[in-house]
Design a protein around this ligand. Sequence first.
Ligand SMILES: Nc1nc2c(c(=O)[nH]1)N[C@H]1C(S)=C(S)[C@@H](COP(=O)(O)OP(=O)(O)OC[C@H]3O[C@@H](n4cnc5c(=O)[nH]c(N)nc54)[C@H](O)[C@@H]3O)O[C@H]1N2
Ligand SMILES: Nc1nc2c(c(=O)[nH]1)N[C@H]1C(S)=C(S)[C@@H](COP(=O)(O)OP(=O)(O)OC[C@H]3O[C@@H](n4cnc5c(=O)[nH]c(N)nc54)[C@H](O)[C@@H]3O)O[C@H]1N2
Ligand code: SF4
Ligand SMILES: [Mo]
Length: 890
Amino acid sequence: MAEVVRTTCPYCGVGCGVLVTKEDDGSYTAQGDPDHPANLGRLCSKGSALVETLDDNARLLYPQMDGKRAFWDKALARVSSEFKYAIDTYGPDSVAFYVSGQLMTEAYYVANKLMKGYIGSANIDTNSRLCMASSVAGHKRAFGSDTVPGNYEDLELADMVVLVGSNLAWCHPVLYQRLTAAKRERGTHIVVVDPRKTATCDIADQHLALKSGTDVKLFNGLLSHMAELGSTDRGFAQAHTTGMDEALEAARFDAPDIRSVAEVCGLDTADVLDFYKTFRRTPKVVTVYSQGVNQSSRGTDKVNAIINCHLLTGRIGKPGCGPFSVTGQPNAMGGREVGGLANTLAAHMDFDDASIDRVRRFWNAPRMAQQPGLKAVDLFEAIHRGKIKALWVMATNPAVSMPDANRVRRALELCQFVAVSDCVAHNDTITYADVVLPTTTWGERDGTVTNSERRISRQRPFRDAPGEAREDWDIICDVAGRMGYGAAFSYETAGDIFQEHAELSAFENNGSRDFDLSGLMGQPYEFAPVQWPLRHRGGGGQERMFAEGGFYTPDRRARFLAVRYQQAVHQPDTAYPLVLNTGRVRDHWHTMTRTGLSARLGRHRAEPTVELHPGDAERYGLVDGSLAKLASPQGEAVLRVRVDDGQQPGSVFVPIHWNDTNSANAVVSRLVGAVTDPVSGQPESKHTPVSVSAYNAKWQALVVTRGLPVASDNGYWTQITGEGCVLIAVADSEDVADWLSWARDRVDGGDRDWLSYSDPAGGSHRFAALQNGMLQAAVFVSRHSDLPSLDWVQAQFALDALGDVERAGLLAGRAPGDAFDSGPMVCSCFSVGINDLRRAIADGTMLSVEAIGEALQAGTNCGSCKPEIQAVLDQELQKAEVNTLRQEVA
Ligand SMILES: Nc1nc2c(c(=O)[nH]1)N[C@H]1C(S)=C(S)[C@@H](COP(=O)(O)OP(=O)(O)OC[C@H]3O[C@@H](n4cnc5c(=O)[nH]c(N)nc54)[C@H](O)[C@@H]3O)O[C@H]1N2
Ligand SMILES: Nc1nc2c(c(=O)[nH]1)N[C@H]1C(S)=C(S)[C@@H](COP(=O)(O)OP(=O)(O)OC[C@H]3O[C@@H](n4cnc5c(=O)[nH]c(N)nc54)[C@H](O)[C@@H]3O)O[C@H]1N2
Ligand code: SF4
Ligand SMILES: [Mo]
């Protein structure tokens, strides 16, 4: 019998249940868990490709000290002694942990306990500062607690769903599928509020392409419009809220009429009115919001402007209603529960005297932190000022993901001691580590995560950890022991830690705090996915909160916040005329340490791009597929141009995923300014003024190697995993004198037979390196972008020996005959490329997403690509129409 393990996807905050089966041949397959309430059997493209990322070759297998393999004992002794030295010499606030929403709750809990209860500082912050901090701050201002009132089912029960700054189709794909299915059934009215046209707009009835940063204006306008037309739920507002009059006054002042809102937001008055009318007339509305709201210098105000509208109408905590902050990381919520943010304590408590004392007593803590610690951006600044001497980074890659990444890298260099706990052999942050500690990851680790709807699920191990990798919680507890706190950190299992976490949530709670796991106390760790609060044993926890008030403020009333629209801190000017917006693509996860291992996922977006409007492309002399240089006062990047009329003029979009490990000059956070929201401390990742210019490449090359590439380049250079090979795109503005030696330098050593062809006058050079007749590497150089088909090149690496025809093909730089290239992957599950779709559509037989699905299977597994199939279909049909018209005119 094949063994099946029930676990949870390690990617996004939807938190899908996954069933992993160990097949008879020892391989694994993964399927959506039909019994998990988050996904009911579904998985998206990333979830479906999970087992392809179980590659031990990419893993960190042993601890390292100063770049060399070390024994665990030595490495841990070094970490604890460096921390102890700094604490003894400079005080507890001279050390810091920078942790992550990708840690299990149990590891997060012990990291927080060690720092805040035993080291005696609150200098533990998390990458959730870059992700959820504005939502946390907005929730706390309005509700008195960091509570997400609703659940996923509400998206299905709503008659209107507003998606603000959320590309749900790519970033929370299974939720998007649930919403799409609901729309099909009940005709849900969907509005997308996003400066750019995203894949999510595929199901939108209305897309409000507002100007970047103007959301507060839009929602203030909505608030005052609804108040004026009597949509207030007076009963709810009077019984359960305070501050309504002040908020309304601020909103009326800020948004006196719809025309002024439309003008500031760059929208049509009629469109704004439409949106307001529908919102006002639809009792069941869910407003989903994500990073277009949070990652803003006005992020917390944006959150409260949205919540105000739901409080006014009493649309909160009831089926099909509510403001809904969707979380990014698998355990963004768990981190908030344990107090992973520097300004929260533990179990949703804050730094008030009573809570500090309560947690101190519960932990029996010798040195309780008395006040909030440094938030992420300030924490790295404090290293520059010499205030932080020792830093421990866990499960995050700040050299890539923090704003002003060059400055963060300098901080990592300057810091006297840096430890990094990670599961991969290399990432950009590891470059700066004195000690690197190998951890388990998905597939090996044991613990719990909490998804966006407050649902706690288990991640369970199904394979052995490679090398000497250890659990994060175990490593932290070991260090705590070496620092002299063994008794408080002597857990045997992750389940023991979870018990303590549940007990703390219940400790002196009596309904005074939202986060309460009383019902899990003394229960087996083998519980099924369950929502908090869970005050009593049994049942699934509370599904929704606040329909009848009961907020966690001292008077139990929610707070309206009087907020006013303010421009983003930095505005474009003549030197930096464009706004840089950054975010995600469908098949990559963050800094690609995991998704980068799957050839299928890599092909959806094979290169780092800058997306811009056709008008801007023309203005700056850029064409689709060319290269552009982007610059800000902080840094630069060289990126492949994608001309896209879904971008707003004056704004460019760059994905966050590329880094120095798989590219040169493509870390977009090097450009992003370290501006933060004054309330939450969350960085403004979506609004940095930049300039753009053409990057004049003298040549472009495609290097394909079986082994790992051995040299990177300075201009444009980027690699992805292919089938049995690595695909590298290179370009530069400098000439190369000797192409054969350039090619040899880029291919791993060993005896090779080199085939070569050169046309110096035409600027074309092609090389193939063979060993025993098998292709080891191929290099194609051209002055233009006429490089060969990726499908065909990859196929050559699968051959045992190359025949004359293949050799001739490699030297000609193209497939013999007319080989077909699938092009960028649209459907990752069935490897259907954009060219496959175009060909099928041109046949004239497949004119709907369903017909394409039947014939090519595209879109029929996880469905993540359906919006793109529809987009290709629309484009092709439009082209066909234009051609027909042209013919008719001719
Ligand atoms: N495929 C994939 N999925 C992921 C992730 C991933 O790396 N890859 N990461 C996960 C994580 S950690 C997170 S936090 C989530 C993020 O999920 P999302 O927040 O949905 O993703 P983003 O692409 O960061 O940004 C969302 C949108 O905000 C828009 N935006 C920019 N400025 C503004 C503005 O001023 N107002 C409004 N209204 N919108 C604006 C952008 O154009 C963008 O389309 O995704 C999660 N899911
Ligand atoms: N410009 C810009 N910057 C952004 C954003 C943006 O939209 N624009 N988004 C921000 C957001 S929302 C987020 S969430 C961050 C994400 O940014 P990061 O957190 O830096 O990105 P990841 O690549 O997910 O880094 C996770 C690391 O943990 C490792 N890892 C995986 N599993 C484990 C484990 O079990 N234990 C340990 N110890 N390590 C593990 C991975 O190998 C990887 O190196 O980026 C932020 N930065
Ligand atoms: S939507 Fe996709 S990435 Fe997110 S948890 Fe589900 S399967 Fe994983
Ligand atoms: Mo995130």
